[in-house]
Design a protein around this ligand. Structure first.
Ligand SMILES: CC(C)(COP(=O)(O)OP(=O)(O)OC[C@H]1O[C@@H](n2cnc3c(N)ncnc32)[C@H](O)[C@@H]1OP(=O)(O)O)[C@@H](O)C(=O)NCCC(=O)NCCS
Length: 179
């Protein structure tokens, strides 16, 4: 699946978030606030979408926005490039069609192209759907975070290693060079 061009799964098209389009931002924000258990401030999405639009993808049913994944990439402890998947939501009417897998696949491919060393995320320990989805891509459970969410649920921190740096001790890694 090429990241630059829009790609399709069945009748649904995927593409990078359009940072110029205010309506798209509002559709994303209502999808997230209606269907994610954790209440996020609008500034959180804006921070991700505005700074890293290249790591956010949407899936459309014609003009209706039916799914989104929002991510960022930053240095981790100055030695690794770490991707972080912040939010992933599919409209309930469109679940179980492989759409979330398509969005996660696009995200992983884009981060691989950009030489990201690992991808991290958190999900509720009771979110079996999300755990199955991410573990099918090779994400590993790295930590259990006690009462991590406002609803008091625990989280698993999941990590997908993409390069050897991800599983090399920090003491043996050189700092990332400034660009
Ligand atoms: C989790 C979520 C993103 C999955 O979206 P989806 O488009 O239905 O997922 P897909 O159809 O791509 O499913 C891919 C795989 O995920 C797993 N999966 C998805 N939903 C599942 C469920 N309800 N129960 C068990 N496994 C599930 C399966 O392994 C599935 O592969 P399979 O179809 O070969 O069995 C969607 O249910 C959602 O938006 N939930 C609310 C928000 C959320 O929990 N986001 C993740 C938080 S990090």
């Amino acid at each position: 699946m090429s990241v630059a061009a829009a790609s399709k799964i069945g009748e649904y098209s995927y593409r990078q978030f359009n940072v110029q389009d205010q309506n798209e931002f509002h559709s994303i924000s209502s999808l997230i606030s209606n269907h994610l258990s954790e209440p996020y401030s609008i500034y959180v999405y804006w921070y991700f979408l505005n700074n890293w639009p290249q790591y956010s993808f949407v899936v459309m049913d014609e003009s209706r926005l039916i799914g989104v994944v929002i991510s960022k990439v930053e240095p981790h402890r100055e030695v690794r490039s770490r991707g972080y998947i912040g939010m992933l939501v599919i409209d309930p009417e469109y679940r179980n069609k492989g759409l979330a897998s398509g969005l996660v696949k696009l995200t992983i491919e884009k981060m691989q192209q950009d030489n990201v060393d690992e991808i991290m995320l958190e999900t509720e320990v009771i979110n079996q759907g999300a755990l199955n989805l991410y573990e099918s891509f090779g994400f590993l459970r790295a930590k259990r975070l006690y009462r991590y969410y406002l609803n008091t649920h625990d989280a698993f921190r999941l990590i997908l290693p993409l390069s050897d740096k991800s599983h090399t001790r920090i003491a043996f890694l050189d700092p990332i060079a400034d660009e």
